[in-house]
Structure formats: C-alpha cells, structure tokens
Ligand binder design. Structure first.
Ligand code: CO
Length: 478
C-alpha cells in the first residue's frame, strides 16, 4: 500500500463542534462554511468494504469568521451506515461491495431501485439544508447545524432512476439544479432534468435512449448546450439484474469510442461527436466560443483508475494509465469536427475553478497534482491556461492535499482574487491541517491544525456569509 492509499482508507472519528487554534491571520472577509464529504469508515465488525468509494460517508464542516474557525464532523446517519454499525452488515450494493442477500432480494432491490444511501461523494447547499449525494437516486438532506439527516430528498414526480449523478450543475445563485439520471431497462435512458430548491418536482429536459448505458460521473453545460460524454465503460442492464456482482463490476470496458452527445436547452440532440477512447470522472469547465464548444476534462486512457482504488489495488500503481491528464476538447458545431489536445501540465485531479467563470472563457484551474507525474497526488497546482510557465505549486514532504476549494473575495474583479482552502493530510506528523493559500500568488497565508488525521475525502463547497452562492459548474463544487 502506498502512502496515498494509507490516507484514503483511514478511519475517522466524529468530532463535536470544536474551536481550532488559529495562529496566523485569516483574511478579514473570509466568513462562511466549508462543507466536505467523503468516505471515512472502512473497517467495522463483520463487514469488509472493498473500495475507496464504498467507505461510509462522513461530513466535515469548517466555519470561518472573525479570524476563528470551528470544526465538526459526523457520519451520515444513512440506512447503510446504521445497518453496518448496528447489525454488522451492509444492506444494499455499494460501489464495489455486494451485500449478502438472496437472489430474489437482489432482483427486487434493483427493480425497486433500493440502492445505497451511503452518500459519500458530494455535498451542496439546497435551500436551507445541505444535500448529500452519491450516484444513486437516494440523495438525502441534512441539517446545516447538526449535520443530522432531515429527510430523504424525495420528489412528488413519479420518475425513478437507478443512477442519479452526484455532480449537479448549479445556477442562479444555488437555486437551479441540472442533473442527469439514468434509467435501466430493455431500452435504457439518460434523463436530463432540472429542478429548483422551491419545488419537489423534476422537469425532464431530454430522454436519450441507449442500449448500454455508460458509467458517467459528471456531465457538462455551456450557456446553450448540455454535453454528455459516453465513455466505453458500459453496462448491460439485463445482465446486471441477474448478476450478484457489485455495482461497478457489471460495467465492462468495450471497443466503442467515446460519444459526445450535445443537447440544446429544448432537449433536442443537435450533434453527436465521436472521439478515441478515454475515461473521465471530472469535468473542469466548458464554454462556447465562435460556434465551438470548448470542453476541459480530466481523462485517463482507460478505466483502470477504478481498479487502483480497491483497498487491495487490482492494478500496478506505477502504471502510467493511472495518471489523470487535462485534455481540451474542441467540438465544432458548424462542421461537426472534433479535436482535442493536452496542455503540457502534470497530472491533475479534483479540479476547481472560480465559479463565476463557469461556462465562460476562463484562465485558472486549481487542482491536486502529482510531483512525479504518477498516481500519487501530493501537490496542489494552479494552472494558468494562457501561460503554462506561470503555473504555481504547493507541496510538502509526506503531505497529501484534498480538493482545493476556491473562495472568491467578495469584491473581486480578477479571476484569481481570493483564497484556496485545502484539507491536507500530513502523514509525517499524523495530523491534518487546513491550508489557506492566496489564490493569486499561491503563497501560504496560514495553516490551521485539525484534531486528528483525516482521510482526504472527495468533494465539498464553500458558502460565504457575505456573497451569494456562486454558480459552480458541476458542483457548487464539483
Ligand atoms: Co467526483
């Protein structure tokens, strides 16, 4: 197990609201809450989870204001978590771990969509609550103060998905949500929908039939178009019904190229583009310019990256196919051509941008990167797309950064005016700390120690007390 593995599989304990010791000077304007989600419990009596994405969700909240920071964390009290703790068993299929259950029960669960509510991928503000998400249609609302579950986020409509992505695209100051559901059947469907925080209904924008749905973690949107990227990792829904394999093991990497599906706001497919194979979790940004769509994705040559995140990796971690690469796709809506190129930057994952620049021409990407351009993500990077020589790095021995969250200064006029906040796992000192960087210079402003070492987790967002929630492109944070 390499160091990165040690830190992602670390079990964390819950922390009641605790005042942290701030030694340096935080920007006076930095006031609000950083909320983060991620797998934080892998080992408990009677249950063995197989994969990073199976870990039980733990929510972290950091409250900033008046040069003070409070921290609290709580396990999401999901059905999955409570069964694991009380009954020492998992009750529904996690990403890569199956429950022990009868064949009939398995079919019933899939047909009824009784899939996991262990929402360990993302958390965003939804009205007065936080919405926790994984890739099933069991999104759950939690109380922003106690982090306890308020209720499952059910809708009055009759739409039922098997998959519902954990990376909605959020607009209108956090009120309008676009997302993609996937229905399985003899003909399966990708269903693009929109909803907002004041209704309990989803308005379907497009239903796109497919024989074999692709595994999708994100989708993209520009001002006028939605972009779906079907990668070659696909599932045969009927086979899945009769299989006792864990969820992701039903997906097979095939020979198909990637298919980009461009849908307009009325739900009409206006073009499809094919591209040589790649696998992608995360979109960085997408925008339109001169009848072209510019789409920045983080891609891998194949889906082996999923095998790398098993507790016991099922692929050689030195394999270059595990290096995540920034790639810009240019989709020409006039002549139907599709090209792509790779900016000359080291591998990056967990990208973050200034949300005010989502769906627009933009210049800066903040991400976790690799010092040796390998699988280990041990550096923070600021990429300057118009001048790659002006990229900036932050790194420290034995330190593994989590997703760098950009927080804009309230009166900012420049794209990189603000701070970056990242939770860093310092394996040498067996402690995590909050690192605050000036986003423009990438210089350290201060660091604040946490009570213990935290696994690096997945995704989060910052909600300012002084400016409205911005329009992050694929998350309020990814
Ligand atoms: Co993600």
């Amino acid at each position: 197990m390499n160091h990165q593995h040690a830190v992602i599989f670390d079990d964390v304990s819950e922390t009641p609201k605790t005042k942290l010791n701030v030694e340096g000077e935080l920007p006076a304007w930095l006031s609000g809450d950083l909320i983060r989600n991620g797998p934080g419990l892998f080992n408990f009596s009677g249950v063995k989870l197989n994969h990073w994405f199976d870990g039980m969700a733990v929510i972290h909240k950091f409250s900033f204001g008046e040069n003070q920071v409070y921290y609290q964390s709580k396990f999401l009290q999901s059905r999955a978590y409570i069964s694991a703790i009380r009954e020492h068993k998992i009750v529904s299929s996690e990403f890569a771990t199956s429950p022990k259950q009868s064949f009939i029960r398995h079919i019933y669960d899939i047909l009824k969509g009784v899939l996991t509510d262990n929402n360990n991928v993302n958390i965003v503000k939804f009205g007065k609550y936080y919405l926790t998400m994984t890739e099933t249609d069991n999104h759950v609302l939690v109380d922003p103060e106690t982090l306890s579950i308020v209720r499952p986020h059910t809708y009055d409509d009759k739409i039922k998905f098997i998959i519902n992505l954990a990376h909605p695209i959020i607009e209108e100051g956090g009120n309008l949500f676009y997302n993609l559901g996937i229905k399985f059947g003899s003909t399966s469907r990708y269903i693009l929908y929109r909803t907002n925080v004041s209704t309990n209904n989803r308005e379907v924008i497009a239903k796109i039939p497919t024989k074999r749905p692709s595994y999708m973690h994100t989708f993209a949107k520009t001002e006028n178009f939605f972009i779906l990227y079907e990668n070659p990792l696909k599932v045969n829904p009927l086979k899945m019904l009769f299989s006792d394999k864990p969820f992701i093991k039903n997906y097979i990497w095939g020979d198909d190229p990637v298919n980009f599906i461009i849908v307009d706001k009325a739900g009409k497919i206006i073009r499809q583009f094919t591209h040589e194979q790649f696998f992608c979790f995360h979109m960085v940004n997408a925008y339109e310019y001169a009848s072209k769509i510019y789409l920045d994705l983080i891609v891998y040559p194949n889906a082996d990256i999923i095998k790398a995140f098993y507790l016991e990796p099922r692929v050689n971690l030195e394999d270059k196919n595990l290096v995540p690469l920034l790639r810009r796709f240019v989709l020409n809506l006039s002549d139907g051509s599709c090209s792509s190129y790779k900016p000359d930057v080291p591998g990056i994952e967990f990208p973050y941008i200034n949300g005010a620049y989502a769906q627009k021409l933009y210049n800066f990407i903040y991400a976790v990167s690799s010092r040796n351009n390998d699988f280990s993500l041990n550096t923070l990077i600021k990429i300057n797309l118009s001048d790659l020589n002006a990229n900036r790095l932050w790194q420290q021995d034995d330190c593994f950064p989590g997703e760098p969250v950009f927080v804009a200064k309230p009166d900012a006029t420049m794209e990189d005016e603000g701070v970056i906040i990242s939770v860093i796992a310092d394996l040498k000192n067996k402690l995590s700390f909050l690192l605050i960087l000036d986003a423009e210079s990438f210089n350290e402003i201060t660091r604040i120690n946490l009570p213990h070492l935290l696994p690096i987790g997945l995704h989060g967002s910052f909600y300012s007390d002084v400016i409205p929630a911005n329009t992050r492109v694929w998350k309020a944070g990814i």
